[in-house]
Design a protein around this ligand. Structure first.
Ligand code: AMP
Length: 369
């Protein structure tokens, strides 16, 4: 093995692991995955260890790996703690622990003076009524853990909905957040390695529908240097506080009063997929570099504008994308299912007009239009 080659073990075997491996192979890295079955998107990209095949499958992955990383913020913290006794796990336990609970996350934002919505944890109908009195309406009620793609959420607009909201998503710990009156949703991706080098991608704008990210535009239009710097400053405090190694993503609301943090993810992120073609170094390659202790790569965009459009539910006639010189197709080898992210398309453009025209062309052959 060359001095920079490492064996990377990934907990999870979905599309993020797949794209990490695709980015890591040119650097000579080797990959192993710990997944649920042999059909997962990463399965053919490295040594696959399937949970149900063998009681030793996790131990085998750990034995294979020089360094372990994970695909999901819902990875078991206790498991990571145990693995870390013998093999480095990046990002570390603290980043994982903080980002898998919305209450802890908001507590951390508050401690670091990163603005976020007012919030209150609730664990009963009575405490929900009290929280509504304190926070006011409208407000967003969410499960504290395991919510993703808008699942486990209820927007409370008036007090008559409180009982119904508790019935629908209650019976477990919830968080009530004040409703943020935002102009648009942004996110920023930062990367830090163990030598305390850190780099930042430009803020991107994210457009969701029914809680699922539909597309991102990178860099977000009309972001002043001051706003970009502010976002980087928030990331720097998070990276430092968490002693984070790897990619860290922060989702933000842009409001008339400035940036308001929503949530963070200690991993490569859907809103960073544009970086594969759109930036000098992709988020995936930078994550690999960071966890392997290598110098981080330049995060500058390669052209004025990029968009990343998710392929959701159905693949449709996306081969049409291959005829477009400024578009790139990524399919994750997943079966079609409503609401499922099956792939994405990156569009590169020289100007806003050119991007708008390309998005119009693209909408004609995306199933969801
Ligand atoms: P989340 O799972 O926290 O990312 O929430 C999913 C989506 O719900 C976000 O992308 C926002 O569009 C919306 N949302 C979440 N929290 C709030 C909030 N406190 N105020 C307004 N909209 C919110």
């Amino acid at each position: 093995m060359t001095p920079i080659t490492k064996r990377i073990g990934v907990l999870g075997a979905g599309q993020l692991g797949r794209m990490l491996a695709i980015a890591g192979y040119p650097l000579g890295q080797k990959f192993g995955f710990y997944g649920l079955n042999h059909d997962e998107p990463s399965a053919l990209l490295g040594h696959m260890h399937v949970q149900s095949d063998d009681t030793q499958s996790l131990a085998k992955l750990v034995e294979f790996a020089d360094v372990i990383t994970f695909e999901s913020e819902n990875t078991d913290v206790e498991l990571v703690r145990q693995i870390a006794q013998t093999t480095p796990v990046y990002p570390g336990e603290k980043s994982l622990y903080m980002s898998q609970h919305r209450g802890r996350e908001k507590g951390l934002f508050t401690q670091l003076n990163i603005p976020c919505a007012p919030y209150q944890l609730v664990d009963s109908l009575e405490s929900l009524h009290q929280a509504v009195d304190k926070i006011g309406l409208p407000a967003v009620l969410k499960t504290t853990t395991e919510g993703y793609d808008g699942k486990g959420q209820f927007v409370l607009r008036d007090a008559t909905q409180v009982d119904q909201a508790w019935l629908e998503i209650g019976g477990r710990e919830l968080i009530l957040e004040g409703f943020v009156d935002f102009q648009r949703e942004l996110s920023i991706i930062a990367v830090r390695n163990a030598h305390n080098e850190h780099v930042y991608y430009p803020l991107v704008q994210n457009v969701h529908h029914q809680g699922i990210l539909r597309y991102s535009v990178a860099p977000a239009r009309k972001v002043s240097d001051a706003v970009q710097k502010q976002a980087e400053q928030y990331m720097l405090s998070l990276l430092d506080e968490l002693d984070h190694v790897g990619v860290l993503t922060l989702e933000l609301f842009e409001t008339a009063q400035g940036l308001v943090a929503n949530e963070m993810a200690p991993r490569v992120h859907n809103s960073g997929h544009w970086t594969i073609e759109g930036a000098n170094t992709s988020q995936f390659e930078n994550h690999v570099r960071a966890i392997c202790g290598l110098p981080l790569g330049d995060t500058s965009p390669r052209q004025p504008l990029a968009a990343m459009v998710n392929i959701i539910g159905q693949i449709g006639p996306v081969h049409e994308v291959l005829k477009q010189p400024n578009m790139s197709l990524h399919l994750y080898d997943k079966a079609e299912r409503a609401g499922r992210k099956l792939g994405h398309i990156t569009v590169l453009a020289d100007s806003e007009e050119a991007l708008f025209d390309s998005m119009k062309t693209l909408s004609a052959f995306l199933p969801q239009g």
